[in-house]
Design a protein around this ligand. Sequence first.
Ligand code: ATP
Ligand code: FE2
Length: 326
Amino acid sequence: MLSLGIEGTAHTVGVGIVNEDAKVLANVYEMLRPEHGGIHPREAANHHAERVVPLIRKAADVAGVDLADIDVVAFSQGPGLGPCLRTVATAARALALSLEVPIVGVNHCVAHLEIGRAVNGCEDPVLLYVSGGNTQVIGFARGRYRVFGETLDIGIGNMLDKFAREAGHGFPGGPVLERAARESSTFLTLPYSVKGMDVAFSGLLTAALNRLKKGDRFEDLAFSLQETAFAMLCEVTERAMAHLENDEVLLGGGVARNRRLQEMAGRMAADRGARMFVPPGDLCIDNGAMIAWTGLLMHRAGVRMSVEDTVVDQRFRTDGVDVVWR
Ligand code: ATP
Ligand code: FE2
């Protein structure tokens, strides 16, 4: 069985093809990199509209399959930017109708988690999902991915991107900060904001920006920002693991590519006799393979959608999905 998935919730449009053993046969994508400022939804949607058909053809080429051999078409149904979601949903509907195969709408956040479970071979991990717009600590209970803790304001990736942008660097800023942080070991105190199981980043961002304006070194601030924000994430993740008596933690989302975060989460896990898992980089960021895989899981579990069911949902909650495949 072959599933083709189309991702396009934000800046990246991607197409992946996977088989029923979660083997990724193709995973191609293109990211909109705005010259300045943040992502404009309309601009991103136009980018996706232009790139999606060539990417579908490229994915088939890379996988060495004929589009006629695809058994199911999956797409990112939400959460995300409305114009981007609608563009990708339209492409998916057209493809599914022309190939005469079923279509499945997939929750983007759940897809970040499922691809990690599949490629890392962990059973029932606590999930730390850290991306541009999302920051959530998730555990599976009674048929749903339940959010135990999350950001009260902005996503960690957006916070890192914004800091880098204000310091004059391009998008995405996360990798720029990671490199800069390696050039420093000077820890500057910044607000540490954990509230119960939740975290907040905007105070931290403001404080770091103020220090930057006052002349503190970019490298020292990059280092301190990472240490502070990642420590907050590890604290709430550890509390969730303790509560659930869970000995596996899985990272997902674009920020999970960060080596320092991996090191800190790995250390936290090891200290409590648990194991930490992280998918390969191309499966951490937004990608079509994760959508294809989750669509395949859903289809195999009997989920069927009519075209009317494929309306996009900008605020699609992680815990709004009935996880019938687990
Ligand atoms: P969402 O999943 O919430 O829709 P998104 O689509 O923006 O968000 P991803 O593609 O999963 O998310 O992640 C992009 C984010 O990951 C960006 O904010 C980027 O800066 C960050 N990122 C990528 N690589 C790294 C890194 N090495 N260190 C820190 N952050 C990183
Ligand atoms: Fe994402």
